[in-house]
Design a protein around this ligand. Structure first.
Ligand code: SF4
Length: 225
């Protein structure tokens, strides 16, 4: 089976096991970008709480942009690294305003995925993963963001090489997965990585990919425990 066939097989098996997950309701793109910054290096509960508190304190993006950085930091404290994240959020908003004269990213809807990625990754501290998350969840684009779960699971399964970087992985996986299947594949791989193919103690015995996964068999073809 070549890598493209294997990728499609992975998608089918995951969809059969976990269902055809769809992205949650779309957020505004600038809100999604702020949410992306808050999600770095912390758990989902923490960053969801930080995001809720930020929006309770500052209902509009304009208010976040106008607020002293210390007030933003205080609002997002439950998310961890609040100093760095508050500075990053303020810098991103300042740059969007400098470039566009406002805070809306709606203009990206008229851009190609490549152009939109280029603009987003030109913002301070915004990498390929955050850009793709914004485009998929808020922009409704058919991309495949590569977070820590997607990177680890696709290496183990054997869809990408062991040393592939996240940026390169995104390119390679988007080559393998047709656009219409990318959001579902992303969501199912994240679920797989969180619940089954964990960084430590992967649960091979309950994994729907066990029959085709390279990692759970040693070179002699025996199952790993
Ligand atoms: S079989 Fe094991 S290593 Fe392979 S994807 Fe499943 S849990 Fe991960």
């Amino acid at each position: 089976m070549d890598r493209r066939e294997k990728a499609l097989d992975v998608d089918r098996r995951l969809a059969r096991a976990f269902g055809s997950r769809l992205p949650r309701d779309r957020r505004d793109m600038t809100d999604e970008l702020i949410h992306g910054v808050l999600s770095q290096n912390t758990s989902r509960n923490n960053y969801d709480l930080a995001y809720r508190r930020l929006r309770e304190r500052f209902p509009s993006v304009e208010e976040i942009a106008a607020a002293p950085v210390m007030d933003v930091e205080k609002a997002i404290r439950p998310g961890g690294m609040s100093r760095q994240k508050s500075v990053a959020i303020k810098a991103i908003l300042a740059e969007i305003h400098r470039e566009r004269g406002g805070y809306s990213l709606d203009f990206l809807e008229g851009s190609s995925v490549g152009e939109a990625r280029e603009f987003l990754t030109s913002l301070p501290g915004v990498g390929p993963k955050t850009a793709s998350v914004v485009l998929m969840f808020a922009g409704g684009r058919k991309v495949l963001p590569v977070d820590t779960h997607v990177l680890r699971t696709t290496k183990r399964i054997g869809l990408i090489g062991d040393r592939t970087t996240a940026g390169k992985a995104q390119e390679e996986l988007e080559e393998l997965i047709p656009p219409a299947k990318r959001p579902r594949m992303h969501l199912n791989l994240v679920y797989l990585g969180r619940e089954i193919c964990r960084a430590r103690g992967p649960r091979h015995e309950v994994c729907p990919l066990r029959p085709i996964c390279g990692y759970c068999r040693d070179p002699g073809g025996r199952d790993r425990q």
